[in-house]
Design a protein around this ligand. Structure first.
Ligand code: CMC
Length: 435
């Protein structure tokens, strides 16, 4: 029976060390025992971008990147997308099990009754420039809520934490919709408690003078499914940010603002906006080969392609392609779809992309659907942030309850100069010239 241990020989000293292997991992701290002398600090692991570091144990989301599997709490994403509502999935992600009818009713009631924004937050948002991008507006406004709810700082009180979780899930669509209306110069619309989570969001976005907003059910369901697909994705850049900031016991509003800031980047959640810009730039099918050649020669990336974890296909991208058909059935064809399909077809036959295992990711087709539903590209990442708030909060809560966790604090390999002497100002030019 092979033992679940790792034996390492340090060739500097000829000493061997044996470490336990648990769940396919070894403890980085075990390596600190490897020293050349008593006053040696011990070996550290160097892992830029955390390519091979498990930072936590988690019960929330399972991904098998080679097989294209995504599960929340053990349920395949395909079944959840087909059979559940977004708030049902949110409950599952946060509490570990699907709700029964009574639990779901109570949960929906609670979220629905926290959707209103404090008038201070509204005033704060009115201060943004008329053409402010909705993503920084969202980030700043969520952060501002930390001042409205100072009691949220008490992160060790589970009851208080749950209240802030409900508030955040409920208020994200309200903030997102206000950001959008602000950029159009329209008055803000207050939530309508009769409507479902996505219908109410659509109401706050698009209601004009009609007394009651009626969302198209196909589009509302498409948005609901997109929200389900984006709800969590284990330790990605924004979720890791949430955990790192949360590990300092920071207010959840500031943690979510930090996570949303990470999401805004073009290599993460900002990619959906970039995909539309890329399709605009390509403009016609005839231009695709030249565009791909540029990417292969290192001039830019094919946005919406590639993933750190998925090296086969992104299961979310498959589901999104299906939703696109339903949405285009209502809204009419999006002419950019032809370009996207052809781009995918050409890339998937090209050795550059196949040898690097670069496949369409969740962002490749989502922007086309958002655009068909009526969103401007600037809103796409905001649409990602709303459902991902659920994942961020579930991971934050798990981190706070995990006795192994402490304040996050990586090490570094210092490569700069040491023990320099401060040269008086009058001598600095001469000293620099002498170097
Ligand atoms: N287009 C062209 N080449 C690419 C792409 C791409 N989209 N993605 C990776 N590569 C190449 C990269 O140049 C490198 O080539 P080489 O080995 O010759 O240097 C190789 O593939 C490996 O790339 P990497 O940068 O080491 O991979 P990574 O795991 O660090 O990056 C990624 C993952 C998602 C940041 C990257 O694939 C990318 O930039 N994709 C485009 C942006 C995008 O669509 N992001 C959304 C990700 S999914 C949703 C989300 O996370 O929010």
């Amino acid at each position: 029976m092979p033992s679940s241990t790792l034996t390492v020989t340090d060739n500097r000293t000829d000493r061997t060390y044996t470490f336990p292997i648990e769940d396919g991992t070894v403890r980085a701290m075990d390596f600190r025992r490897i020293k050349t002398s008593d006053d040696d600090f011990g070996l550290m692991l160097h892992d830029p971008a955390f390519m091979n570091t498990a930072s936590c144990r988690s019960d929330i989301t399972f991904i098998d990147g080679d097989r294209g599997i995504l599960e929340y709490r053990g349920y395949p994403i395909e079944q959840l997308a087909e059979q559940c509502t977004f708030l049902e999935v949110a409950y599952l992600i946060l509490f570990g099990d699907l709700p029964n009818a009574r639990e779901l009713d109570h949960w929906v009631y609670e979220i629905t009754h926290h959707t209103m924004l404090h008038e201070t937050a509204k005033k704060f948002m009115e201060g943004f420039r008329y053409d402010a991008h909705p993503m920084p507006m969202l980030v700043s406004s969520v952060a501002a809520l930390a001042s409205v709810y100072p009691e949220a700082d008490n992160v060790h009180d589970a009851t208080n934490r749950l209240l802030q979780i409900k508030r955040l899930i409920a208020k994200m669509p309200s903030i997102a919709a206000m950001s959008y209306r602000h950029s159009l110069g329209f008055p803000y619309v207050y939530p309508d408690n009769d409507l479902s989570y996505t219908e109410n969001f659509m109401n706050m976005l698009w209601r004009m003078v009609e007394p009651k907003y009626a969302a198209n059910p196909v589009l509302a369901r498409a948005l609901e499914v997109l929200f389900i697909l984006h709800a969590d994705h284990e330790q990605n850049c924004s979720t890791s940010t949430m955990r790192v900031v949360g590990s300092a016991l920071t207010s959840p509003y500031l943690c979510v603002a930090s996570a949303a800031s990470a999401l805004a980047g073009p290599l993460h959640g900002g990619a959906n906006e970039e995909v539309i810009r890329m399709l605009d730039e390509i403009d016609s099918i005839a231009d695709i080969p030249a565009y791909i050649q540029n990417v292969k020669e290192g001039r830019g990336r094919l946005m919406g392609f590639g993933h750190r974890v998925y090296k086969n296909f992104d299961p979310r991208a498959k589901l999104i392609k299906k939703i696109a058909q339903d949405v285009f059935g209502v809204t009419g064809h999006n002419p950019k779809l032809e370009i996207a399909l052809e781009l995918e077809r050409i890339a998937l036959r090209d050795d550059y992309f196949t040898s690097r295992k670069l496949y369409p990711n969740v962002d490749f087709y989502s922007g086309l659907i958002y655009q068909a539903i009526g969103f401007k590209p600037e809103m796409f990442t905001v649409l990602f942030a709303i459902p991902r708030t659920v994942g961020w909060l579930a991971q934050w809560q798990e981190m706070l309850d995990d006795e192994e966790q402490k304040i996050a604090r990586p090490r570094q390999i210092y490569t700069g100069p040491r023990s320099r002497r401060v040269v008086p100002m009058a001598e600095r030019e001469l000293a620099a010239a002498a170097r």
